[in-house]
Design a binder for this molecule. Structure first.
Ligand SMILES: *Cc1c(COP(=O)(O)O)cnc(C)c1O
Length: 346
């Protein structure tokens, strides 16, 4: 096979910023240790690009959602440091957990049975304290299936940690009350936003995800968190259009005068959604280049009339400070990360 030609789209991951974010969140967790949520390929940024930095910064507990995500993470860290949040739904899941050595999070009596019948062993236990997603009900904790588990981390998950909601305190108190009902080694409650709620929420182990990758779910974190993901796209053609000519599908932009435009190798298939149309800008040095017309699957068009020096082949930065981008675009910071397409990481 010949070498692949240079791409026209790339995602720079700032590994130092990622490591610094983990260390900041670990410090903010006080006496608790910070783990790392690495589900969905490290929130879309890529396991191989992110895991080494998190591991080398000192993270020792990694959380994925699916069993299918374990192997990629296990290429970088000891499998026993990987927890699978969705838990074992089937006997096959339990057999897989056992053979690869990852730790299941038990979320229901059904999962407790599956795990016990497969031979049991170390597991984590998720208690539902109000989010009503995954987790054993507090009223089920006395069940012998739960009582017989070898629980290492007792967990719950906050529904509203990114808001000043009375639900935070209520969930914390519910979790504290429930935790006396099951033997366990350590407790874990806080996600990224939960870390900002302070030491009452950090317990023994925190589980940041979003903030590791540059997201700021609460203002308290803004000075501690740096941008990690920097998408860049190349100009693949420039052209000059005359007054009255239009740009892109449905001809939604029409030139008022002669102008130079640039066609950029970035589209909604790359996660740059059509919601950026009419408000997005791409950046070249000092120049902010507004989008013209609609976002296509593989291309956007930018206005080069204020940037005569920009040429075909030049790289443009895609502004991706998550907090700002989310406010402009209406997507959540989580969505902005996880929609980044595979061509960016080629
Ligand atoms: C995704 C997830 C986290 C991480 O949450 P962030 O808001 O991204 O910090 C923590 N715990 C559980 C159970 C999760 O599903």
């Amino acid at each position: 096979m010949p070498d692949r030609p240079q791409p026209t789209l790339r995602l720079r991951i700032d590994g130092d910023a990622l490591a610094a974010n983990w260390r900041a969140l670990d410090a903010l967790s006080g006496d608790a240790e910070a783990g790392a949520a690495v589900k969905a390929q490290c929130y879309g940024l890529g396991v191989d690009a992110c895991l080494p930095a998190l591991r080398d910064a000192g993270a020792r507990q990694f959380f994925v959602a699916h069993w299918s995500e374990v192997a990629d993470v296990a290429a970088h860290v000891d499998p026993s440091s990987i927890s699978v949040l969705h838990g074992p739904l089937t006997a096959d899941d339990a057999i897989y957990a056992r053979s690869i050595g990852a730790i299941p999070v038990i979320n229901s009596l059904h999962q407790a049975r599956i795990w016990s019948e497969s031979g049991g062993g170390p597991c984590h236990l998720m208690i539902d304290t109000g989010i009503n997603r995954l987790g054993v009900q507090v009223s089920e904790l006395n069940d012998p299936l739960v009582q017989s588990l070898d629980v290492h981390v007792l967990m719950s998950h906050l529904a509203c940690a990114d808001e000043d909601s009375p639900m935070n305190r209520a969930q914390r108190d519910e979790f504290a009350g429930a935790s006396v009902l099951v033997e366990h080694r350590t407790k874990s409650l806080a996600n990224s936003a939960g870390i900002a709620l302070g030491p009452d929420y950090a317990l023994d182990l925190t589980r940041p995800g979003l903030a590791l990758y540059g997201g700021v779910p609460r203002a308290e974190l803004s000075h501690h968190i740096a941008q990690v993901a920097f998408p860049q796209a190349a100009i693949i053609q420039t052209r000059t259009i005359e007054a009255g000519q239009s740009v892109g599908y449905n001809a939604t932009f029409t030139a008022r005068q002669t102008m130079r435009i640039g066609v950029v190798s970035l589209g909604y298939a790359d996660g740059y959604l059509r919601s950026w149309g009419g408000k997005g800008v791409l950046v070249h040095g000092e120049h902010h280049l507004p989008l013209l017309g609609k976002v296509s699957m593989d291309m956007v068009v930018v206005d080069l009339s204020q940037a005569p020096d920009v040429r075909e082949g030049d790289w443009l930065d895609v502004p991706y400070m998550l907090h700002n981008a989310a406010q402009q675009n209406g997507l959540s910071q989580y969505e902005l990360l996880t929609i980044l397409g595979t061509r960016l990481k080629a």
